[in-house]
Ligand binder design. Structure first.
Ligand code: 4AD
Ligand code: MG
Length: 466
């Protein structure tokens, strides 16, 4: 007999004479004439109540159906006489597949998130993490839907790379060399990297952007969606060493078009989650973040604020706040500044644009007419309340001479980027793109406060379990 998912049983149009379910026991309560079992199969937040009559031949099995056990139920779907559910199952057959004894760690509710991280192999079976990972799955689908419906092509950019896309150097090395005894160059001191697997030094990618740009110069509108890796030693609630990023790259597009795309994209993801993950979001609103629904509605209704970096520095300077990191034109905005702008000053998602050239990546387009000593590039960061930066992007420098100057400013070796420079030699076009941190977006949509709790298996400094 075909298995019915709990989600579908709960939405049944009418009673069903024979139904077959499989799942895990959340709770069991034994009364005089019946046992009541809450069955959950992960297809949705809610469980389905199963009633097993003590006179049923299979009833002896019920004693083994403890919290966490996997079970199979044949029965009838009938209208529930109890409160809080429309349908319940009256069992005609009941079998335990895999028992779980009293050591099963998810016996009771109310475990701390820290404890649940230590049992990342079991936490998807809890209400909170079931909901998080259903939303994660749905939003991954919505990412593709958004871009595919707008004529973007999905490009699979490499995970192993020889180039540093951000020019920031926070990369994990990939090597098959024997680290205890590496081959040496003549003279015997330096490591001979030509003997490594790829014949040169390679790393895990920090971004698919540069390869995305190659494809934008051929297919016009493209996006990547894949894992990226950063070896920054940032032990914060918003940084992971391995995270997923969505990076659209658009030919014939400027910074304003890029901001429009980013805003439409973020709104699409929120709208999609509200439509397709309503029960899970309700759960977050009840148990994780009371202000979740009004915040999401607010984001959908209002246009995002756009504010230049120079204006932002003025606002921060006049705020009357004392900052841990001083505010001055030319310094990078820190999390405390970003959060003040979006949470306290504008109280709205805010795109800060036109940053000082010296603090941004080499590939960003130099703005015309900016004063000596106050040179800016066409960069943009989207900041949202509660998190800060969720998107970083820019219009790219399409002029060969300016790009070379940018590389010189950042002390990058032109030889390593020869193919990137070629894009400016052959059919160069104005183009722009951005990267959305998928986990940061999930934090925003669910209200979950730590990045470790929106990724199945977090990789952070000192932790790579499972
Ligand atoms: O601002 P970032 O570094 O931009 C880039 O990588 C560009 N190449 C993107 C582009 O223009 N195509 O990173 C983009 C976003 C950030 O805004 C943030 O949401 C996320 O990626 N991010 C991280 N998320 C989790 N953990 C980290 N360590 C992250 N670093 C960046
Ligand atoms: Mg950034």
């Amino acid at each position: 007999m075909l298995r019915t998912l709990v989600k579908d049983a709960l939405h049944a149009a009418g009673p069903v004479d024979t139904i077959f379910l499989q799942g895990w026991v959340r709770t069991r309560r034994d009364a005089k004439a019946f046992s009541f079992i809450e069955l959950n199969d992960g297809s949705c937040l809610k469980g389905l109540q199963v009633i097993v009559d003590t006179t049923l031949p299979d009833y002896a099995n019920v004693a083994h159906a403890n919290t966490g056990a996997s079970v199979e139920v044949h029965g009838k779907l009938v209208e529930s006489k109890g409160q809080g559910q429309k349908w319940e199952v009256v069992a005609t057959g009941f079998k335990v597949l895999g028992e779980a004894d009293a050591t099963y760690p998810l016996q009771k509710k109310g475990h701390t998130l820290e404890f649940l991280r230590e049992i990342a192999h079991l936490r998807p079976r809890s209400n909170l993490f079931g909901a998080v990972f259903r939303v994660r799955s749905r939003l991954a689908y919505a990412v593709h839907q958004f871009f595919q419906e707008r004529g973007f092509y999905y490009v699979h950019t490499p995970i192993i790379t020889a180039s540093d896309a951000e020019g920031a150097g926070d990369m994990f090395r990939v090597t098959t060399l024997d680290l205890e005894n590496p081959p040496k160059l003549e003279g015997g001191k330096q490591v001979d990297n030509t003997k490594d697997f790829f014949g040169k030094k390679t790393f895990l990618t920090v971004s698919g952007q540069l390869e995305g740009e190659i494809f934008a110069h051929a297919l016009s509108n493209v996006y990547t969606f894949g894992p990226t890796f950063r070896a920054e030693n940032s032990n914060t609630s918003r940084h992971a060493a391995e995270f997923w990023m969505i990076e659209p790259e658009v030919a014939f597009c400027d910074l304003a078009g890029n901001m429009d795309l980013a805003e439409a994209f973020v709104k699409h993801l929120i709208r999609d989650a509200k439509e397709h993950c309503a029960a899970d979001l309700e759960f977050f609103a009840k148990f994780v973040d009371k202000d979740l629904m009004p915040r999401l509605d607010f984001v959908l209704e209002k246009p995002f604020v756009r504010c230049s970096y120079t204006e932002a520095v003025e606002i921060l300077g006049k705020s009357g706040k004392t900052w841990e990191h001083p505010v001055a034109w030319g310094a990078n905005l820190q999390a405390e500044h970003e959060r003040y702008l979006t949470e306290e000053h504008f109280k709205c998602p805010t795109t800060v644009y036109n940053y000082p050239r010296a603090i941004k990546a080499f590939y960003m387009r130099q703005n015309d007419g900016t004063a000596e000593g106050r040179e800016t590039v066409a960069a943009m960061d989207l900041l949202v309340p509660g998190i800060g930066e969720i998107i970083g992007g820019s219009q790219r420098e399409e002029r060969l001479d300016k790009l070379r100057a940018g590389m010189a400013l950042h002390h990058l070796d032109e030889k390593a980027y020869w193919w990137y420079l070629d894009l400016r030699r052959y059919g160069s076009v104005p183009h722009a793109g951005f990267g959305l941190g998928f986990e940061r977006m999930l934090m925003f949509v669910t209200g979950v406060g730590n990045i470790r709790d929106v990724i199945p298996f977090a990789r952070t400094p000192g932790t790579a379990d499972f």
